[in-house]
Design a protein around this ligand. Sequence first.
Ligand SMILES: Nc1ncnc2c1ncn2[C@@H]1O[C@H](COP(=O)(O)OP(=O)(O)OP(=O)(O)O)[C@@H](O)[C@H]1O
Ligand SMILES: [Mg+2]
Length: 228
Amino acid sequence: MTEIVVEARDVVLSFGPTPALRGADLSVGAGEILAIMGPSGSGKSTLLHCLAGILVPDSGEVHFDGRRIDNLGETERSGLRRDRFGFVFQFGQLVPELTAEENVALPLLLNGVRRAKALEQARPWFARLGLDGLEGRRSGELSGGQAQRVALARGLVARPRVLFADEPTGALDTLTSEQVMDLLVDSAREQGTTVVLVTHEPRVAAYADREVIVRDGKAHALTAEAIS
Ligand SMILES: Nc1ncnc2c1ncn2[C@@H]1O[C@H](COP(=O)(O)OP(=O)(O)OP(=O)(O)O)[C@@H](O)[C@H]1O
Ligand SMILES: [Mg+2]
């Protein structure tokens, strides 16, 4: 039995009158790459945000490495996000004032690593992700695919236990998406990082070890019934 790293138990969350999650159950094993699929508005991002300790459910529980985290205070949850989790979002969300290299180094700097050391650890990611020579560029000077690879490096540089990726290829064309996914999967496997990947593209979900479908705020195993 694989060790469970992140788990949602009967998670319920509404935004005012809008129910987003209605009792979602999900568990992700160590080193597993899980794809969360489902129609727009079904609750995928909300579920990811609950698993990552960004949102707190109205009821239910979220566990990380065998420890309940939904009942922790904001300070503890933000510490967890900084120390143990990495993030990649749809539109990179690089800090525009920083160079690509500084953006990659950012999680390390936030963890208290000294600047020279953080930049030194950031550097190998440029060759690894095919970004050689782009270290000094700012986000406005990168293509969408390049920016997303920088965001991926930033998500992985601190060797997080879990990488949360919400539509990481949503703004990219098919070929660029495939490059980004190849790099994401290879890097995660190499580091043993557990990945929770939200996507509505079957082609992207195919990179995962397992897929779940979120429908009406609940997560279902991928079966003919769930996708009908
Ligand atoms: N901050 C918010 N305030 C109010 N309602 C919200 C908020 N975030 C999400 N919702 C609502 O909660 C439901 C689930 O949204 P969520 O963003 O989780 O869907 P999703 O599956 O990620 O959709 P998409 O594929 O379009 O990204 C939707 O009805 C949405 O309108
Ligand atoms: Mg979403």
